[in-house]
Design a protein around this ligand. Sequence first.
Ligand SMILES: NC(=O)c1ccc[n+]([C@@H]2O[C@H](COP(=O)([O-])OP(=O)(O)OC[C@H]3O[C@@H](n4cnc5c(N)ncnc54)[C@H](OP(=O)(O)O)[C@@H]3O)[C@@H](O)[C@H]2O)c1
Length: 328
Amino acid sequence: MMRAVLAAEPDGLPGRLGEIDTAELPPGDLVVKVAYSSLNYKDGLAVTGQGKIARRFPLVCGIDLAGVVESSGSADFSAGDEVVVTGWGLGEERHGGYGELARVESSWAVRLPEKMTCYEAMAIGTAGFTAMLCVLALERHGIEPGGRLPVAVTGAAGGVGSVAVALLARAGYRVVAVSGRPEQESYLLQLGAAEVISRQELTAAERRPLGPRRFAGAVDVAGGPLLATLLRETDYGGCVAACGLVGGADLETTVHPFILRAVDLAGVESVRCPTPVRRTAWERLACDLPHSVIEEMTVTAGLGEVPDLAAEILAGRVRGRIVVDVGR
Ligand SMILES: NC(=O)c1ccc[n+]([C@@H]2O[C@H](COP(=O)([O-])OP(=O)(O)OC[C@H]3O[C@@H](n4cnc5c(N)ncnc54)[C@H](OP(=O)(O)O)[C@@H]3O)[C@@H](O)[C@H]2O)c1
């Protein structure tokens, strides 16, 4: 048996710290002794039972894990290797990272980059990995540092947002952090934001099909009205990398930003992201995100604290990233 955080169940059982028989781990050719997992918005939904994330019960939550290979049926990995696994249905369709042991497919695992620890990998987690995918999307669309206009990051004090602000600022972009929490201004400036504005300030301009050209590009975790505003206010040839929906799944826009300003809307998805892209993103994260910045944005929690923290992240009260120490 092993301790694990289990998803809330439709019959009313709440998200909880419980136990699961390790014989019930799903199929896979890689057994990983999990050192750390992390808390993402989606984990909040699964643990509390909101958003229909869990597809089977009981389910060990945790969409992320980092740890040491215990046994491998693949020539690509050996016992003792340190790996990071995120997405691929962990903590949704199959048992995830909030338990001491996990069984996964070796094709999903990425060997930890040199100099990155399991703790740091989970301080980054799906949120930070997704932020890196957003940065890669901006780069692919030709948005370069040092341009005339800044780039915006919404949900800036959250997980994806914090890592995006730090990555973009360190790469030399001028970053406008959009946050609903004025009390996080000094934190965001510390991460490298040049300016912090409120969500209301972003959406204050009169709603016309096109607005003033304020941004060269953006990383958006909000969706809804914030994403619509970003599209209206992105400069000619700019790009908005969209990855989230904390502010709403609807998108009310016209085609004007696309056909009159050649703005690109780049969709970013982390769960089924192909493994070669993952390797690139993790190597970049290892190079571009210094330990001191990771420390600045991260706190650690034990497994038993996860159910309460799940409600906190959904309420938008978590700052930066939470690493889950599965041995604690
Ligand atoms: N596409 C993918 O593969 C992928 C991967 C990871 C995450 N996501 C999505 O990205 C989003 C953020 O995930 P996360 O892990 O970073 O969550 P998080 O840590 O909870 O951060 C979300 C942040 O969004 C802001 N926010 C909260 N409510 C808002 C609202 N109503 N309108 C606008 N902003 C609001 C808050 O930041 P401020 O207080 O600073 O405004 C909050 O901290 C989620 O929707 C998640 O599902 C998608």
